[in-house]
Design a protein around this ligand. Sequence first.
Ligand SMILES: Nc1nc2c(ncn2[C@@H]2O[C@H](COP(=O)(O)OP(=O)(O)OP(=O)(O)O)[C@@H](O)[C@H]2O)c(=O)[nH]1
Ligand SMILES: C[S@@+](CC[C@H](N)C(=O)[O-])C[C@H]1O[C@@H](n2cnc3c(N)ncnc32)[C@H](O)[C@@H]1O
Ligand code: SF4
Ligand code: SF4
Length: 338
Amino acid sequence: MEKTIIKDKLDRPLRDLRISVIDRCNFRCQYCMPADQFGDDFEFLPKSALLTYEEIERVAKAFVSVGVEKIRLTGGEPLLRRDLPILVKKLSEIDGLKDIALTTNGVLLPKLADKLKEAGLKRVNISLDTLNDELFGTINGRGVGTQPVLDGIEAAKKAGLKVKINMVVKKGLNDSEIIPMADFCLKNGFELRFIEYMDVGSSNGWKLDDVITKKQIYNILKEHYQLESLDPAYFGEVAKLYNYTNTDVNVGFISSVSESFCSSCTRSRLSANGQIFTCLFNGNGHDIRNFMRNGATDEELRNRITDIWNGRNDRYSDERTEETAKNRKKIEMSYIGG
Ligand SMILES: Nc1nc2c(ncn2[C@@H]2O[C@H](COP(=O)(O)OP(=O)(O)OP(=O)(O)O)[C@@H](O)[C@H]2O)c(=O)[nH]1
Ligand SMILES: C[S@@+](CC[C@H](N)C(=O)[O-])C[C@H]1O[C@@H](n2cnc3c(N)ncnc32)[C@H](O)[C@@H]1O
Ligand code: SF4
Ligand code: SF4
């Protein structure tokens, strides 16, 4: 496939596409989909609004033709979308795509890990914020203990998928779990990434005071382990990685709040209903679903993506203040996929 490199207004190339395949979730994590706001009467997208797998494949191919090398499937909970391995297979056959990954809460992995691996998935990032059952049940808003996620992690490992663990850290909630989680991941050879609690959407009641910064977590870790800083593996890597000295295990920090990384942000996002977003915090989507359904050709699709990327100047996390966090129109994390 002929490939072009396109740049945005801040000279950043387009390299990654994060695709949200569904806006629903089986959890109600308090920092993402608080149960009181995503209740029984919450109106999720109807099935007809979701891009079909054929449509997602078409958009993905267009993105790859303008430079995308990595696709991540996310959600809501992506494993709730029926027959996800079919989509993984379609994407894994796209010429020029180097990496396909999935971000999941892990609960459905015992059922799906083998099928996903067979379909061409290489790796999964699994979210787990604590090893304490009671606390986990409180965080996920569904009272679910850690075992279903631990089973999912085990299933992914057994299936031969590379596993990373994502832990959102919120002050006073699960900061006591930093060392237990680090111990668990080091012992099992998983890369753990500590994620600063972000002001995504407008439902989680975010306050700067609730954020435990990368530096604070690093200082806690340093009391227990020897760490060596690693250079980024590629331009635009989200996590800052360290190696536990004399091991082959790494640990990472995703410091969107205290040390933002917008200057190397190469990520575009596609929502489940076919809107392209140029930043996790930019509430203005660009419709691509109706554009396709109204008969756009592949070339028109590619040109539209190029125009959207060329016009991009987002750097929300670089500009974040408590005021912007409150006042900007933002989309929910579960809709855009993180
Ligand atoms: N602010 C901000 N946060 C991001 C961005 N990309 C990913 N994240 C956050 O990073 C955390 C981990 O995301 P993942 O879905 O595991 O993706 P990733 O970290 O890019 O994964 P790898 O490809 O394995 O490095 C989530 O909280 C995301 O919301 C970004 O461009 N900006
Ligand atoms: C929105 S979830 C979607 C995929 C899947 N349901 C999961 O939880 O892994 C993607 C990632 O965003 C993270 N996330 C959600 N809300 C967040 C917030 N307010 N701040 C930082 N990370 C958040 C989750 O922990 C997860 O690792
Ligand atoms: S973080 Fe993931 S698992 Fe938790 S509510 Fe959001 S989408 Fe669901
Ligand atoms: S805040 Fe927006 S521009 Fe900055 S790194 Fe995240 S997605 Fe990219």
